[in-house]
Unconditional design. Structure first.
Length: 281
């Protein structure tokens, strides 16, 4: 009987140890300590958001990638960067599958108590884009009855829904439909191919899109008051977030952040230090 109890206790301890091991970086208690101990930070990125993060010649490049490489070097650890679709990327960091989401995540009130947000890296308005040469769309007055595309779960999607409600409240028909896409790449392909009439992007993305595909996309109008974009860690990873913020502060103080903004956007951005609403982690 005692031997059976010991075997059950041993199996129970092994099961607990296995469960902890499968929990990833969160199980260590301190995400930063785990990263430092392992000598490696595992990062998830959606590489479909030029000029923040995108693929060029098979490599991840962009404003965010340049910043990430500098921060990882400052931390003295190795980078393991996973290329993942936006759909599910935030759920993955909550599940402890990686240490950090280093992609453009909008700072929104319904997210700040769920994730540990870093300082903002960029700010942008939501831009409505049309096909190059579409003279039937000259401004917001022409969007009623049109099909618009958004990336599912994005800040642009929320602003489009608000615009649709505003159009209807002022006597318009609103959009014919709001089509959701799993990635901005899919949405842009649909716009170029005529499946939708209007696409939605952060305002800083247009120049890169036009460079990649000349005479394909054009600006229609900007909506919204401006969105801050940052990276996020698990809610237990505030220590990692704080360490990243230290590196970001250095890059801002020595002028590197402004240099990278000029490199990738062609203009400098004013980014607030007080960026999180009440109740944020």
């Amino acid at each position: 009987m005692k031997h059976m109890q010991r075997r059950k206790m041993t199996k129970g301890l092994l099961a607990c140890a296995t469960a902890l091991a499968l929990c990833g970086p969160v199980a260590a208690g301190s995400v930063l300590e785990a990263v430092t101990a392992n000598g490696k930070i595992t990062v998830a990125t959606e590489v479909a958001y030029p000029p923040m993060e995108f693929l060029k010649d098979g490599k991840v490049v962009g404003y965010g990638k340049d910043i990430l490489d500098l921060i990882v070097a400052d931390m003295g650890v190795e980078l393991e960067q996973l290329q993942l679709p936006w759909d599910g990327i935030l759920a993955g960091v909550l599940a402890g599958k990686y240490d950090l989401v280093a992609t453009s995540v909008a700072i929104k009130e319904d997210r700040v108590d769920k994730y540990a947000f870093t300082r903002p890296l960029a700010v942008a308005e939501t831009m409505l884009v049309k096909r190059h040469g579409d003279n039937g769309l000259a401004g917001l007055g022409d969007v009623n009855g049109k099909i618009i595309g958004v990336e599912i779960g994005s800040s642009q999607a929320q602003e489009v829904e608000a615009l649709d409600a505003e159009l209807k409240a002022t006597g318009g028909s609103g959009f014919a439909s709001i089509s959701g896409f799993k990635s901005t790449d899919d949405m842009r392909l649909a716009l170029a191919g005529g499946q939708i009439d209007i696409g939605t992007i952060p305002s800083f993305s247009l120049a890169t899109m036009q460079e990649q595909r000349p005479d394909t996309f054009a600006q229609l109008a900007n909506i919204g008051s401006g969105t801050l974009f940052a990276w996020v860690a698990h809610p237990n990873g505030a220590d990692l977030r704080d360490r990243i913020n230290e590196s970001l502060a250095k890059l801002e103080q020595n002028g590197t952040l402004k240099e990278l903004q000029m490199k990738w956007f062609g203009f400098e951005m004013d980014l607030p230090e007080d960026y999180l609403p009440e109740g944020a982690l």
